[in-house]
Design a protein around this ligand. Structure first.
Ligand SMILES: *[C@@H]1O[C@H](CO)[C@@H](O)[C@H](O)[C@H]1NC(C)=O
Ligand SMILES: *[C@@H]1O[C@H](CO)[C@@H](O)[C@H](O)[C@H]1NC(C)=O
Ligand SMILES: *[C@@H]1O[C@H](CO)[C@@H](O)[C@H](O)[C@H]1NC(C)=O
Length: 804
């Protein structure tokens, strides 16, 4: 087998075809190669890339491959250089039999965009088969009296090769009696010189059939001639060629055709026996000939798709061995017995959910092995999926998307493609393509609530849980993994992170510190939920934290209070009637609501029946008219209590002097040793005064220090004297949510010093420049503990002292 230079014809049909197929995004071109059969595997057929003008660099990226129709064999391959090489043994005789031309169809397929090129492989014959006679020994009986010129047919030799490589000539061994003659379907032995049985009973002649190859191949047979006494007629077929047609899949046993030959002789010499001449073993199993009747019967199924016609040789032989020959051609007709087959040639799986509508995700090819109408196929796809089939060249279809995909709605598609041919009845088949949609980070996390509120009572433990936020993200894996964080911000000038923290995984919000309602009633933080995609998506939510009050501040007494170093006292006119306003205890409470609702009570008094105090107003009034017998000095101890649970309280002492004369009062400055009161009481007063002086001095110093630091008092004054009536009772329900505290609050205090007509009034603005009261007010029992060790909060006493 000599490698022959392959000849390539490149038929560029691009001009016509491109115009037609431009819209289908296909290119098409045919290329033909002609080369001899039986080339070794790997032998080069031609460079197809060059012949088609393809860029060899892109071949592997475009998945260049050789494809065949259905179950056809793949005879060639394409390598990286674009060479077309032999992949399978190519035996022309096995593939095409005695057809004059042997063309194999293969396809070159490229993707992106889909391109198909038909490759026609013309396989050329080589002289690889010698001529062959059907039998090696041919018997012929000839009567001795046979005249010169008589002809005796001999079956031709067969050569699987075709054309000049088939049998060209016959050579007969040199002899005295016979020469060769040629007739249709046979060779003939021609008697050239009469036989004489008495001289020669048997003759053996060597017959050679020679083909036209170089070197020549030949086959031989021995002709054995017996010289007889009698003469016969040769059987004669009614036709030299018999033709019949047979539908494929015809039932076994069907009589396809009956051949007949007649012999003019009588008796055994006229009995004709039929048989097949030279036919292949395969054919012998498909057809059977009845030796007597000449009926040719079907013995095995025939398939149009495998072989569409058969050619048989038949012989008719009489009793004495005289034979004649004929041909039988059986054409097989097509039946729609092959359903279309759907091949998935290429598939992008999974597809990202953000592909634009119209993207090609797969290529399918539909084939039907039947012919003509039976192989016309229509292809459809089921409804209600966002995909469609776009037909392109030669039973190829592109599967393209028709709409936007959304993995969060549908993540998998089972696409059923059905193909139906146009035979009658039609056959159909279907194929299911599974497609997954890949995730794209296209959904931000979304909080379950538009905003969140957390409620916490003050003095909470640091680290306690306030509330929890949840955001959902329907994306896949890390694209849907939500991480929570605090957005930077400020609360009261401090970073928000010093107030609360959020657990990144769970969204649980914790307090970082203990909150003080008196400083901060509510605040807002922004929490961000971010997914883990790249780039990440996020959303924000506001969390409002509301702090509620706990009764942690005792009432603070503003009046009676210290003025400088001297104690205040009240002057009660002797003529005061019952019910006269004598004085007022003013107290405030830093808490709010019930915790700041104060009530006043007289705990002890010098003369229990003389004075009463308004439970909520703190106003001290005479209960009856003053009489001469009443002691001039009256002491009251007043307790102020809030309404919290448990309630907190404070007490103060009030010094009242019943007198009309200020001079009298001044005398009393010498702490009235000559009083009717017991000495013990005097001592107690002295002790109380000195302790209080000491104590108040400290308080004033501390108040001064704290006052400098704290600029904005945050107190609402409860129960102040003559507070505009809107504020009485004290500001319950003052958790108004605005969070703004009245930094400046005016209140009036009326101090009654004497008769109702001589009341004087001082007005004070509660602001930064007034009383350092908020220092006192801020004090919780523990603050006092800091300063005075273990002193009880009830030590917080406003003291009035008598002067005069
Ligand atoms: C697709 O088919 C597979 C296998 O038959 C099945 O498991 C899957 O649930 C189907 N999916 C859909 C979306 O119908
Ligand atoms: C997340 O989304 C990105 C594109 O936004 C994609 O490339 C990636 O594959 C996705 N991750 C997963 C786990 O699906
Ligand atoms: C959330 O807030 C941050 C900081 O203010 C901002 O950068 C981001 O764009 C916000 N995200 C959304 C979804 O509003």
């Amino acid at each position: 087998m000599i490698m022959m230079a392959a000849v390539a014809w490149f038929t560029s049909r691009s001009c016509a075809v491109t115009l037609l197929l431009l819209s289908l995004r296909f290119a098409n071109g045919d290329v033909s190669y002609s080369f001899p059969e039986e080339m070794r595997r790997g032998s080069l057929i031609g460079n197809i890339a060059k012949d088609l003008g393809l860029d060899t660099g892109t071949l592997s990226a475009r998945k260049a491959r050789i494809d065949t129709d259905g179950s056809d064999k793949r005879f060639c391959d394409i390598n990286r250089n674009g060479d077309l090489i032999v992949a399978e043994r190519i035996d022309r005789e096995g593939l095409c039999g005695d057809k004059a031309s042997c063309a194999l169809k293969q396809e070159l397929m490229l993707e992106n965009p889909l391109e198909l090129h038909r490759i026609n492989l013309h396989v050329q014959d080589i002289n690889d088969n010698p001529p062959q006679f059907n039998t090696e020994l041919i018997h012929i009986d000839i009567r001795e009296s046979t005249a010169k010129g008589a002809r005796f047919p001999i079956e031709e030799a067969h050569d699987a090769d075709i054309g000049k490589y088939s049998v060209q000539t016959y050579n007969l061994q040199r002899n005295d009696h016979f020469i060769l003659g040629v007739a249709a379907n046979s060779v003939e032995l021609v008697l050239n010189k009469e036989l004489d049985r008495e001289h020669l009973k048997e003759i053996n002649l060597l017959l050679a059939a020679v083909d036209g190859g170089s070197p020549q191949r030949s086959g031989t047979a021995v002709i054995h001639i017996t010289v007889l006494d009698a003469n016969d007629n040769v059987p004669a077929f009614s036709q030299t060629v018999f033709k019949a047609s047979l539908p494929e899949n015809a039932p076994l046993g069907t009589v396809v055709l009956t051949v007949s030959a007649t012999d003019a002789d009588e008796g055994i010499n006229g009995e004709v026996a039929y048989d097949f001449g030279h036919i292949t073993e395969d054919l012998r199993s498909v057809f059977n000939i009845d030796h007597k009747t000449g009926d040719i019967k079907l013995m095995a199924p025939v398939d149009f798709e495998t072989a569409s016609s058969f050619e048989l040789r038949v012989t008719a032989k009489d009793g004495l061995g005289l034979t004649s020959f004929a041909k039988v051609i059986i054409a097989i007709s097509d039946i729609n017995d092959n359903a279309p087959v759907i091949y998935l040639k290429s598939l992008t799986n999974p597809i990202p959910e953000n592909v634009t509508p119209g993207t090609e995700v797969g290529i399918i090819n539909v084939q039907d092995r039947d012919s003509e109408k039976n192989r016309q196929v229509r292809c459809t796809i089921q409804q209600n999926v966002p995909f469609k089939l776009v037909p392109s060249i030669k039973n190829y279809y592109s599967l393209v998307t028709t709409g936007q995909l959304d993995r969060e709605l549908v993540s998998d598609y089972n696409i059923t493609i059905s193909a139906t041919d146009e035979g009658s009845p039609p056959l159909s088949s279907s194929k299911t393509v599974q497609l997954s949609v890949a995730d794209i980070n296209d959904n931000p996390p979304v909080f379950e609530e538009q905003s969140y509120s957390a409620y916490v009572t003050e003095n909470n433990k640091p680290g306690s849980t306030l509330c929890s936020v949840t955001a959902r993200d329907p994306d896949w894996r890390q694209n849907g993994t939500v991480i929570y964080s605090l957005l930077p911000g400020e609360v009261n000038g401090a970073p928000v992170s010093s107030y609360v923290s959020v657990n990144g995984d769970t969204g649980v919000i914790h307090a970082v510190r203990s909150f003080d309602y008196e400083q901060l009633r509510n605040f807002k933080v922004q929490v961000m939920a971010r997914d883990n995609g790249s780039p990440p998506l996020s959303s924000n939510v506001t969390v409002s934290v509301f702090i509620s009050d706990v009764n942690d501040n005792s009432p603070q007494i503003l009046y009676p209070a210290l003025e400088g170093n001297s104690f205040m006292t009240e002057l009660v006119p002797k003529a005061a009637h019952g019910g006269s306003l004598v004085s007022k205890v003013i107290a405030v409470d830093a808490d709010s609501g019930q915790n700041a609702w104060l009530s006043y009570r007289i705990v002890t008094s010098t003369d229990p029946g003389l004075f009463t105090i308004g439970v909520h107003s703190g106003e001290i009034r005479t209960q009856r008219d003053i009489s001469e017998s009443d002691s001039m000095k009256q002491n009251l101890i007043v307790a102020v209590k809030d309404n919290g649970q448990p309630s907190l309280s404070a007490t103060c002492s009030m010094y009242l002097i019943i007198s009309d004369n200020l001079a009298e009062v001044t005398e009393l400055k010498d702490i009235s040793y000559d009083e009717k009161n017991s000495k013990l009481t005097s001592y107690l007063i002295v002790a109380l005064v000195s302790v209080s002086t000491f104590f108040l001095t400290f308080i004033i110093i501390i108040m001064g220090v704290r006052f400098c630091r704290r600029r904005k008092p945050r107190l609402l004054f409860d129960g102040a004297v003559a507070i505009p009536s809107a504020y009485l009772p004290p500001n319950y329900a003052d958790v108004d949510g605005t969070g703004t505290l009245r930094s400046t609050y005016n209140y009036d205090a009326y101090l009654t010093t004497g008769s109702r007509t001589s009341d004087f009034k001082f007005v004070t603005s509660y602001n930064d420049n007034t009383l350092p009261a908020d220092q006192t007010l801020r004090k919780s029992p523990s603050d006092f503990a800091d300063v005075f060790g273990d002193c009880d909060s009830s030590l917080e006493v406003g003291t009035c002292i008598i002067f005069g």
